[in-house]
Design a binder for this molecule. Structure first.
Ligand code: XUL
Ligand code: CO
Length: 442
């Protein structure tokens, strides 16, 4: 029998060697087999590889073409190339010890001349993916449809002024839901890359938002009709590619979902770089979603705060990730979600090993943050500080305010007859920042 081709011959499975290791192709903090509270780190962290960046990214930017040439990309028949590419991808998923992957329909199979041809291509590749998933144990975290690259979607997919485009997008998402279901996807993501506008001069904002909501209802109804039990996720982003996107941030997403009766069906997929583009910290977006019980999954990356666009870099900022992890763990974790590396190599990072270095860095930073956050929560110093800060609402008139018993009149009487002027209390931000540093740096 012919031995299967090895696509990353210079790299073996990445092993955990501990913080003392000087091996750049080893994990120092992510130990997939380490059991914490009865679950392995692999199960806790549910890392996922983003197919579009890791296996379709070429390093191209608006000023120049791709720089990254992978050996498996040559060949005349695009479906055969797609199969070999997928073999390489699953070899990578295994070597990097990621239990999940994510894709857009058009990442994995070439788009045909007609929808029927595209669907046929997709079916062939999905059959191949199913075999590879079975052989490797790697599972699908989420699937989605690319409703933003093809010129037909230039003015939006479900928010396009042309109903014909809405119909086409519906047909495409129908198929994407079917293949996500076929591959056991645990979630389905909507990121509205072109669901927004460039100028209000040509846009009926109200109608577009109604169409977006109608589309999501149709998707949920169809998914349930085929037995899809996964979680629906909205991934907010304020802008890019459009000037304004309707799912601007988590708060506007919550308002949208509640306005249109979709809140029961959706949670949020929060991406770090999207949060910062919206003018928020990563943990702000997590807290807003968690406050609504709608924290679903994470697209793990970072931007460059000196640049105003979505640079999708691997996040090695342990401080930022520790704060995010504290919020995630306090909210009870991600459930069926995970940490999907929606991050890409820099244009000059052209070696196959760079794909490993990038993911090792991201996974290690998250694993370290996970451990630090667990310690922070176990010791409870910040929790205690915050609880004390709000303690006046636990009893007496504070409790009456929270339970709706107090009125403006009763509070006025209290202040005039008993309470008088409040005594200011320090917020102690600097003390808390120093306390955080003791966890990060000793
Ligand atoms: C784009 C982005 C997408 C979504 C999936 O900024 O994050 O890749 O994650 O469509
Ligand atoms: Co994303």
């Amino acid at each position: 029998m012919k031995k299967p081709a090895v696509h990353f011959p210079t790299v073996a499975t990445i092993a955990h060697e501990g913080p003392g290791s000087a091996n750049p192709l080893a994990f120092r903090h992510y130990n997939p087999a380490e059991v914490i509270d009865g679950r392995t780190m692999k199960e806790h962290l549910r890392f996922s590889i983003a197919y579009w960046h890791a296996f379709r990214g070429t390093g191209s930017d608006p000023f120049g073409p791709g720089t990254i040439c992978r050996p498996w990309e040559s060949g005349k028949d695009p479906v055969s190339v797609a199969k070999v590419r997928m073999d390489a991808a699953f070899e990578f998923f295994q070597k990097i010890q990621a239990p999940f992957w994510c894709f857009h329909d058009r990442d994995i199979a070439p788009e045909g001349r007609t929808l029927a041809e595209s669907n046929k291509n997709l079916d062939q590749i999905v059959a191949h993916a199913k075999t590879l998933q079975k052989a490797t144990g790697v599972k699908l975290l989420w699937g989605t449809a690319n409703l933003f690259s093809n010129p037909r979607y230039m003015c939006g997919a479900s928010t396009n002024p042309d109903a014909h485009v809405f119909a086409y997008a519906a047909a495409q998402v129908k198929k994407a839901l079917e293949v996500t279901q076929e591959l056991g996807g645990e979630n389905y993501v909507f990121w509205g890359g072109r669901e927004g506008y460039e100028t209000l001069l040509n846009t009926n904002l109200k109608r577009e938002q109604e169409h977006l909501a109608a589309f999501m209802h149709l998707a949920v109804n169809y998914a349930r009709s085929i037995g899809f039990k996964g979680q629906f996720l909205i991934e907010p982003k304020p802008k890019e590619p459009t000037k304004h996107q309707y799912d601007f941030d988590v708060a506007s997403g919550v308002a949208f979902l509640r306005t249109f009766g979709l809140e029961k069906h959706f949670k949020f997929n929060i991406e770090t770089n999207h949060a910062t583009l919206a003018g928020h910290t990563f943990e702000h977006e997590i807290e807003v979603a968690a406050a609504q019980g709608m924290l679903g999954s994470i697209d793990a990356n970072t931007g460059d705060l000196l640049l105003g666009w979505d640079t999708d870099q691997f996040n090695t900022n342990v401080k930022e990730l520790t704060l995010a992890m504290v919020s995630i763990l306090r909210a009870g974790g991600l459930g069926s979600g995970g940490f999907n590396f929606d991050a890409k190599l820099r244009r000059p990072s052209i070696d196959p090993e760079d794909l490993f270095h990038a993911h090792i860095g991201g996974m290690d930073a998250y694993a370290l943050a996970f451990k630090l956050a667990r310690r922070i929560l176990a010791e409870g110093k910040f929790e205690q500080f915050v609880a004390d800060r709000y303690a006046s609402f636990d009893t007496g008139f504070g409790r009456d305010i929270e339970t709706g018993k107090a009125t403006f009149k009763s509070l006025e009487k209290l202040v005039l007859t008993k309470l008088g002027e409040p005594t200011p209390r320090s917020g102690k931000q600097e003390y808390l920042e120093n306390l955080l540093n003791t966890y990060l740096h000793g």
